[in-house]
Design a protein around this ligand. Structure first.
Ligand SMILES: Cc1cc2nc3c(=O)[nH]c(=O)nc-3n(C[C@H](O)[C@H](O)[C@H](O)COP(=O)(O)O)c2cc1C
Length: 177
């Protein structure tokens, strides 16, 4: 069975991006899903001096080995001040020190959500532009705006947005096969 790694780019226990990931996980069929919680990979802040003195953290070696086994990625990014949440940026900075092709030339469904009506559009644009240089084959992007208006009881309740994510998950699954 194909293996999909899913990651919310947040370390919040109440992360709305985790909720969106849990929802998209429920739409996937006939795949193994590995859901990564960044809280399970506690890391020092990346710095060249720290790396020179201490090398690559064990948590990054573990994550890197896990990424080797992925057939695809579903990512949902939190937006902090128009960019990645620090925990996510730090994790990808460390991963890039082991293998610049973090995303292994595998298909990716790239998502964002936020409470605001732009739905994390800035971080989505940033990741959509840069992740291909890190080996992402971005199949689709999806932004869920106004999370607390459009997501209830574990699912998207706006019909248009729901249809949109369903069709994008189906396309992602088709590419994975
Ligand atoms: C430091 C900080 C900066 C934020 N900046 C933005 C922003 O630029 N755009 C936005 O839409 N939301 C912003 N927010 C609100 C987040 O979208 C909101 O906290 C969201 O819940 C984060 O996703 P998460 O729940 O998955 O961690 C910010 C929140 C924090 C704490």
């Amino acid at each position: 069975m194909k293996k999909i790694i899913t990651i919310a780019g947040s370390n919040s226990q109440k992360s709305i991006n985790k909720s969106l990931i849990t929802y998209t996980n429920s739409l996937l069929e006939h795949v193994d899903i590995i859901s990564i919680d960044l809280n399970d990979y506690i890391l020092p802040i990346y710095g060249p001096d720290f790396e020179a003195e201490n090398g690559i953290p064990t948590a990054i070696k573990r994550l890197n080995e896990l990424f080797d086994t992925a057939d695809g990625f579903i990512i949902s990014l939190a937006e902090h001040n128009g960019s990645y949440a620090s925990v996510f940026k730090n994790t990808i900075d460390w991963l890039s020190r082991v293998n610049m092709k973090i995303w292994r030339e595998k298909p990716m469904l790239l998502m964002t959500t936020s409470p605001g009506n732009r739905g994390g559009a800035s971080v989505l644009e940033s990741a959509n532009n840069y992740f291909p240089f890190m080996g992402a084959k971005i199949v689709e992007t999806f932004s869920l705006p106004s999370f607390y208006d459009n997501f209830n009881n574990g699912e998207i309740n706006d019909e248009r947005l729901k249809e949109d994510i369903h069709s994008k998950v189906i396309k992602f699954q088709t590419v994975i096969k």
